[in-house]
Design a protein around this ligand. Structure first.
Ligand code: GLN
Ligand code: ZN
Length: 751
């Protein structure tokens, strides 16, 4: 008989309780004991939810005050020396968020999700030690709640592979020393109970690094399997882990976890596991997306898996931690597509139903009801008019134009002649400071507390001020400042048919920060122009060129929860056509330059090299389609928040934008040399200063930076701009910075 498991549960709280408790503590408004109280309550509640759903393997140590990688750093004493002398919560939150004297530790994306973890910082000097208290206590807490949990740990190989070193030494050279501490931890864990299950997450083995790291598996896991009463699950998610599975079966681990959502056909791994004694933890319910699972289809998949693995060796659960989905639908009163959705809590029920189906168990009346509801949801989604829009489907099917009519070399000549911009034209990336007053105006309008007239008056006033300042600065290509937008994806999603928005669908992004991704559930179309009124208004207020500002289709896709009943490449085309129409409307309204932001273009890269070229083709095609309504005389810009272009420069070139602005300031100019060595056709605006810091750069500094850029790119190809939008900065920082930027350009133009 199969058992059920949850890889991990979200922790921020269904009403973001942990967020508010933390932020109140950080603001000095409450004691840490209040955060502890909230945390205890949340853990107990989350365990109870899982217990009530009859989940067999529930986790301890999936909770964290900030981040599990950070917790692991503390557990193994890998504290960077700049935090010496600190302890307890002061140490913990200083590492996470910095303090007066020390900068915070770096944060980066957890594989290809939008969750960010704290990057361990190691050096030759790093000495590991063991502080198991948090882990042991969480186990005991669960026991006190009547639950015997599995214990979740981040695996030692993944931990080191995701670490950076500050002295150029090799992080993985610490493996033996670290594994020694893990072994000690497992001794402590073995004392907790007659038998303890430990889930060790090693997702690094779903990436291309697997090939290089696989030889470490057998020696490490042989050492970690030393305690007879500790059963270890080697857990992976997000992709296949074929290389690792081959190695792990040689060890004494008890179970192996695989993702059957991302890679439904795990044939290679199943072949290997078939002849082993390992228990398969099959991740069948999607831990990264929000749609109701087709349980009958899942059952078919289970039956295929059973051709390799008998049910006694097959457990059924989520494809990864539920951290990546919102909590529950219970607060979503207004959501029209609610019946098709399944958040973390609802997924618990799905796991339980699927287990019962797989075991051929008898369903009680309630169970029958739930199963019928599931089938009805799947059926109605297939045929609903909300989802299926014939006109959209026809338009995509009959597409015949996929790229611009005129090649870049000709376009740029037409544009240069028409725009008459000076050498080294200056511009900004789009947004200007989002002031508290501005947020208040938008909120009040959203809640119908102020009239549309009053709202428009305030927004126009902001635009007027933005333009006046940019003219005063002497910038060449102006922007309207994006005052009407709360978020670069949500703003467009809200205006597109096929999109829905939850009221409480928060997902942790990092620390106390949460995001609420829009839900793309149906065929997407644009009922009417989305930005033309605002941009036209702005253009009417200046004789300079006003740049239109749109978010690109790849970014909209990568930052939404996207329907799983249609290929992403198709959905991307629908989104691209919405942008295509918007560009056409903008140029017809007299807008000469339009920027299509693709901040999340690089974020969407797959974890396995074998999938990269398919992604690149899809993303490039999608971008090209979205801008191909632009005539030769309309200049298309794009913006990306990256600097590392070395491996993708030709892909970026293939996007065929006339101008690209990128982030550079933080990473030095080394990376830019690629533009010279490999060669790059179109115009480029490498950010000349870092907008992520409140510091105002001096004229000299910026002038020096421009000279450095001129070493790698000719004057005729170079634009001058900051390295990202200015929405997070204050006016007091933005004003002098941009004035210095234009002053610096003047000096360079004369030299
Ligand atoms: N146009 C957007 C802005 O200026 C771009 C934001 C981004 O790249 N993240 O805010
Ligand atoms: Zn940016």
């Amino acid at each position: 008989m199969s058992k059920s498991f949850i890889t991990g549960f979200p922790r921020i709280g269904e009403q973001r309780e942990l967020k508010f408790a933390l932020e109140s503590f950080w603001a000095g408004k409450s004691d840490f004991s209040e955060v502890e109280r909230v945390a205890k309550e949340l853990k107990a509640r989350h365990w109870k939810y899982q217990k009530d759903a009859h989940i067999d393997f529930i986790s301890a140590n999936d909770f964290s005050y900030y981040d599990l990688m950070l917790d692991n750093i503390i557990t193994f004493g890998a504290i960077p020396p700049r935090f010496d002398g600190l302890s307890g919560t002061e140490l913990y939150f200083s590492m996470a968020r910095g303090n007066k004297t020390s900068v915070a530790m770096e944060m980066t994306k957890w594989f290809n999700t939008n969750y960010h973890y704290i990057v361990p910082e190691l050096s030759k000097e790093t000495k590991f030690s063991l502080n198991p208290t948090k882990i042991l206590n969480e186990y005991k807490e669960a026991k006190a709640e009547g639950i015997t949990p599995k214990i979740n740990l981040i695996g030692p190989i993944t931990f080191l592979a995701l670490s950076k070193t500050t002295d150029g030494s090799c992080a993985l050279c610490h493996l033996d020393a670290l594994v020694e501490q893990y072994a000690k931890l497992l001794v402590e864990i073995s004392k907790l109970d007659n038998e303890v299950v430990v889930q060790i997450d090693e997702p690094i083995f779903v990436t291309d690094k697997a090939e290089k790291l696989k030889d470490k598996i057998a020696p490490v896991y042989d050492k970690l399997c030393a305690e007879d009463n500790v059963k270890i699950i080697f857990m992976t998610y997000f992709e296949h882990a074929n290389e690792a599975v081959k190695e792990i079966v040689k060890t004494k681990v008890w179970g192996v976890g695989l993702d059957f959502v991302h890679t439904s056909c795990q044939k290679d791994s199943l072949e290997i596991l078939k002849n082993s004694d390992k228990i398969l933890f099959a991740g069948l319910i999607d831990g990264r997306n929000v749609w109701v699972s087709d349980l009958d289809a899942k059952l078919e998949l289970i039956n295929k898996i059973k051709e390799y693995i008998p049910s006694e060796r097959l457990n059924i659960g989520t494809s990864c931690s539920l951290l990546h989905v919102p909590y529950t639908l219970k607060y979503e009163e207004k959501l029209s597509i609610k019946e098709w959705l399944s958040f973390a809590l609802e997924k618990l029920t799905e796991v339980n139903l699927l287990k019962k189906l797989a075991n051929g168990e008898h369903f009680c009346e309630v169970g029958e009801g739930l199963l019928a509801k599931n089938r009805a949801a799947i059926a109605s989604r297939k045929t609903s008019e909300l989802v299926n829009d014939k006109a959209v489907q026809e338009r995509v099917k009959n597409l015949s134009k996929f790229e611009r009519d005129t090649p870049y070399e000709e376009r740029i000549k037409v544009q240069k002649a028409k725009f008459n911009l000076p050498e080294l034209p200056t511009t900004t990336i789009g947004s200007f400071p989002q002031t508290p007053e501005l947020r208040q105006v938008r909120n009040a309008y959203k809640k119908s507390l102020i009239s549309q007239e009053a709202y428009e008056k305030d927004i126009k006033k902001y635009i007027d001020e933005c333009i006046a300042f940019q003219e005063e600065c002497g910038l060449d290509v102006l922007v309207h400042g994006e005052p009407e937008r709360n978020d670069m994806v949500e703003y467009f999603g809200e205006q597109l048919k096929g999109y829905a928005f939850s009221t409480n669908g928060w997902v942790q992004s990092y620390g106390s920060r949460c995001v609420k991704p829009p839900l793309l559930f149906g065929d997407v179309s644009r009922p009417k122009a989305m930005t033309v009124d605002w941009i036209s208004y702005a253009q009417s207020k200046t004789s300079k060129i006003m740049k239109g500002m749109l978010t690109g289709p790849v970014t909209i896709l990568n930052w939404s929860f996207v329907r799983d009943d249609k290929p992403r490449s198709e959905i991307a085309k629908e989104l691209a056509l919405c942008i295509y129409d918007e560009i056409d409307d903008l140029q017809n309204a007299g807008i000469k330059i339009i920027q299509v932001d693709e901040a999340a273009f690089k974020e969407g890269y797959p974890l396995r090299r074998e999938n990269v070229s398919a992604y690149e083709k899809f993303a490039v095609d999608c971008f090209k389609l979205s801008v191909c309504s632009a005539g030769a005389q309309t200049q298309i810009h794009t913006h990306m928040c990256y600097s590392e272009f070395n491996d993708i420069i030709k892909t970026i070139e293939a996007m065929d934008a006339d101008v690209i602005s990128i982030e550079t300031a933080r990473s030095g100019n080394e990376l830019l040399k690629i533009f010279k060595s490999v060669g790059y056709k179109q115009e480029v605006g490498p950010g000349v200063y870092d907008i992520h810091s409140p510091r105002v750069p001096s004229v000299e500094e910026i002038a020096t930076q421009i000279h450095a850029l001129l070493e790698v790119l000719p004057k005729s190809q170079l634009w001058i701009n900051p390295d990202c939008g200015l929405k997070t900065r204050k006016w007091e920082e933005v004003k002098p910075s941009l004035k210095n930027m234009t002053a610096a350009v003047k000096i360079v133009r004369l030299s």
